[in-house]
Write a protein that binds this ligand. Structure first.
Ligand SMILES: Cc1cc2nc3c(=O)[nH]c(=O)nc-3n(C[C@H](O)[C@H](O)[C@H](O)COP(=O)(O)OP(=O)(O)OC[C@H]3O[C@@H](n4cnc5c(N)ncnc54)[C@H](O)[C@@H]3O)c2cc1C
Length: 405
């Protein structure tokens, strides 16, 4: 790794702001590809326990290919659990929808993979901390952006100055830099909090992910890998997004409810403490400014019901690095307006429908019926699940979206 002192003397090809789940991946890949990359991360990574993130991530099949390209998959793959099928159903009804990997023509690959976020973050942090060609400045932030015709100059909180062709902002949902590039963000609170945790169950999950539309809010049970030391432990992750205050609910009450919803997994017990994340939606007016591109949650935040947030962020990273590396190979400006316009156009095409579908799902399923079959919305939901199940092209379209291919 280049020494931190040299940061103010170097002109970087790109500076990545934020070394989280998306920023670390793009910084590593661009650096591996021969670009001169600086990373500015607000937290001191050596002092930040990644274990504080109690969530899990559903990595789509397409994202696994992106992480392979970034040289990160080999470290992650021993710890992931494949998702072979996804079963979606509405609580208290018989209507359900099953997505199975074998239904997607000629494809025997899993639909995706589950992994603990703590492990994901630790792997990415290690890759950044130990990278010999990448310059990391952590525990600092950008105080000022100054533009000139050919470069962007960043003044950091320790008074060093950094010059670059392109700023890649991956600072997460509260990105302080986007406002300085006249990008506005529309944010809506869902009024829901996601309760996350890990449960151990008696019977195997058979690599099945369950998504239940429950009157209290969408609940997912996602298959996790057995501990490396084996011992036949069956583990799944829970994500329960609810308007109710599940924090104050007794753990035994929650377990009793889970047991009723998932009777086929046998008895359940918590293997981790429960953690809580408030949920919001965020959409930005654009993903680009002058010599500036947003990737990941800095550019879009969605409800975790479809497990798509960081997958969308990794697709941002892939599209941006393809454009940047192509420009680099031709000796062109990596922060040129034409490049950024192309990035914005390509990403809006992927992002807009996904944000819309996810938001609509929450609206459609977020309203609890009085009882089975007693309100029009409930009937619509039941038909919806049934129709998708019976129309193969529609089902394949949704499966492809879920797999990120
Ligand atoms: C309950 C829950 C479950 C989820 N499950 C899934 C799932 O299964 N699948 C999925 O695809 N998505 C999921 N998501 C979404 C996913 O967690 C996010 O999309 C992802 O964390 C975004 O990554 P990021 O790199 O953009 O931001 P982060 O991972 O938040 O990283 C931002 C980084 O920027 C740094 N930073 C902040 N401010 C500054 C600054 N001013 N300067 C420099 N650095 C800064 C931070 O310290 C951090 O390191 C879930 C979200 C929730 C809430």
């Amino acid at each position: 790794m280049t020494t931190q002192d040299s940061l103010n003397t170097v002109v970087f090809d790109c500076v990545v702001l934020g070394a989280g789940l998306v920023g670390a991946v793009i910084a590593k890949h661009l650096s591996d590809s021969g670009l001169n990359i600086g990373v500015v991360e607000a937290q001191n990574l050596e002092a930040t326990p990644s274990l504080q993130d109690g969530r899990t991530t559903a990595i789509s099949y397409g994202s696994a290919q992106i992480l392979k390209e970034a040289g990160l998959w080999d470290v992650l793959s021993p710890h992931v659990n494949p998702i072979a099928s996804i079963k979606v159903f509405e609580a208290n009804t018989a209507s359900s929808l099953t997505f199975n990997q074998k239904e997607l023509n000629g494809c025997d690959d899993p639909m995706g993979y589950m992994i603990d976020n703590a492990l994901l973050r630790q792997t990415f942090q290690d890759a950044i901390l130990t990278h010999k060609d990448l310059t990391l400045k952590h525990g600092v932030t950008v105080q000022k952006f100054t533009q000139n015709h050919h470069n962007m100059v960043l003044t950091l909180s320790d008074n060093t100055q950094v010059t670059t062709k392109l700023v890649v902002a991956s600072e997460g949902r509260h990105s302080p830099s986007r406002a300085q590039f006249a990008i506005t963000a529309t944010q809506k609170e869902y009024g829901q909090t996601a309760m996350v945790g890990t449960v151990i169950h008696e019977k195997p999950h058979n690599d099945t992910a369950f998504e239940v539309f429950h009157p209290r809010g969408p609940l997912a049970l996602l298959p996790l890998a057995t501990a490396v030391d084996g011992k036949g432990i069956h583990k799944s992750a829970i994500v329960w997004s609810s308007k109710d205050n599940l924090k104050d609910k007794d753990e035994s009450d929650i377990l009793a409810q889970l047991q009723t919803i998932f009777p086929y997994l046998g008895s359940l017990s918590f293997a981790s403490k429960r953690m809580f994340y408030p949920l919001s939606y965020l959409k930005t007016s654009s993903l680009v400014g002058d010599r500036y591109a947003l990737v990941g949650d800095a550019g879009h935040v969605m409800h975790p019901v479809a497990g798509q947030g960081v997958n969308l962020g990794w697709r941002d990273a892939k599209v941006l690095w393809d454009l940047v590396l192509h420009a680099h190979s031709l000796g062109l400006d990596m922060g040129a307006k034409t490049l950024l316009t192309a990035y914005n156009r390509k990403r809006q095409r992927d992002q807009k429908p996904l944000l819309y579908i996810t938001h609509s799902l929450i609206k459609l399923f977020g309203i609890a019926p009085e009882g089975p079959g007693t309100n029009a919305l409930h009937v619509l939901r039941s038909y919806g699940l049934g129709i998708v199940n019976r129309v193969p092209p529609l089902k394949r379209f949704l499966m492809k979206k879920a797999m990120g291919v």
